[in-house]
Design a protein around this ligand. Sequence first.
Ligand code: ADP
Length: 457
Amino acid sequence: MAWGIVSSQPMNQNELFNRTRWRLASWYAGVMGVILSLCGLGVYEAIAHAHWVTIDRELKSVAGTLHDSIEPILQQPGKFEPEAKRLLPDICLTGNPCLSNNSHLERHTLSAIHQGNYYVRLLDLSEQLVGVAGTMPPGLLETSGTEQWQTLKDSTGKRYNQISISLHTQDNYPWGYLQVGRSLQDFDNYLAVIRWILVLGLPVTMGLVGISSWWLARFAMQPIYQSYQQIQQFTADAAHELRTPLAATRATVESALRMPHLSPSEARDILGTVERQNRRLTQLVADLLLLARLERQILSVQHQLCCLNDIISDLVEELAALAIAAKVTLTSEVRVDTPLNVLGNEEQLYRLVSNLIINAIQYTPPGGQIRVILDSSEEQALIQIQDTGIGIAPKEQTRIFERFYRVSSDRSRSSGGAGLGLAIAQAIVQAHQGSLTLSSVLGQGSIFTIKLRPEGY
Ligand code: ADP
C-alpha cells in the first residue's frame, strides 16, 4: 500500500492470532491425543484377545487329547489305573512319594505338558486330588472341577489359565475331573511389553502431534491473517485519505471564523474551498462504496447490451477538453467493421474506460499522444489505452492495481487521485468476467488492455 501506516507484523507477534493459534493447536493435539489413545487401547485389546483365544484353543486341544487317551483306560471311579501312567509318566499320586525332577523320564506323545508351562490335575468325584503331573506351580489353590474355565494365581503371583473336563470310566460311569492348566507368564510378559511400547510411545507421538498441530494451525491461519492485515491496511489508508480533505475543510472554516469581517467575495472563496473538499470527500466515499459493493458482488452486472464503439467515441469526445488542457492528443481507432457489444453494466463500463483514459492523460507529459483502440481477437473484444507517458516500472506494475496504491504519492496527489482508480477498473473488469493487463516501459509509455467477451460469440 502507498502509505505503509500499518506495519506488517508477523503472526506470532499478534496477541489475538497467537492466542487463537495456541487454542487451535491445543484442540487439535487434544483431539488427536484422544483418538490415538483410543486406537492404542483398541489395538492392545485386539492383540490381547487374539492371544487369549489362541491359548484357550491350545489348552482345549491338549486337555481334549489327554481326556480321549485316558478315558478308555479308567475302570473304577476315582482310581488311577497303573496303565494310565503310560500317558502321564511323571504323575504324582496323592499319598505316594514323588520325584521332583522328571527330566530323566522318557518323552511322551503329549509332550506339550512336559514343556514346563503345563500342569495336569486329576480329581475324584468328591473333588479330592488324585494326582498331579507336569510342572505344578507352587501354592496353586485346589479348585472345583465343575467350573470349566478358571484363571488362577500361584504363590509368586504368576497367572495360570485352567480348563476342567469331567472324566468317565470305560463303562461310562463318572470317574472324576481332569484339570489342565497353562502358565500365562509368556502371555503376560508379551502384553507388558506392548503396554510399555504404548505408554512410552504415546508421549512421543503426542509431542510430534503437538509440534505438527502448532505448525498446521499457523498454516491454516495464514490466509486469514493476510486478509486481516489487508483489512487493517485498508482501514488505515481509507482513514488517512478521509483525514486530508476533512483537515483542509476544518482549517479553512477555522481561519474564516477568526476573520472579524468577511467580504462577499472572501466568503464565496471560502465556501468554494469547502465545496471542493466536500466534493473530494463525496467522491472518495462513493468510490469506496462502489469497490466494496463490487467485491461483495452486490452490484450484479445488469444484462444490458452495451456498445463498446459508442462508449469509446463518447468518452473520447467527453475527455477531449481535459486532453487539450493537458496539451496531449487524444484519438480513437476502431479496428472492427461491425459494432462490438457486450452484456454488462453500461455505467460501470463507462467508468472503467474513463478511469484508464483519465490516468493516461494525467500521466502523459505535454506533447504526448493517447490512443484508444477498439479491436477484436480470438472471440474477445479488446480495448487498448496507449499513451506515450511516464510509464510504470516493472516492480510497480502489479501493485498499482491495489487500493490506495500510488507510484509516487506526491506526484499523484497533485493530480487529486486517491489511488482507487485502477482498483475500481480491475473490480469492474472482474465483475464482467474479463481481464485487465498492463504493459509499460518506464519513460516511454503504457498500454492498458481490457479483454471482454462480446455478445454473440
Ligand atoms: P490515482 O488516483 O493515483 O490515479 P490509480 O489507481 O488510477 O490511482 O493509479 C495508481 C497509480 O498507477 C498512479 O498513482 C500512477 O502512479 C500509476 N498509473 C496509473 N495509470 C498510469 C499511466 N497511464 N501511466 C503511468 N502511471 C500510471
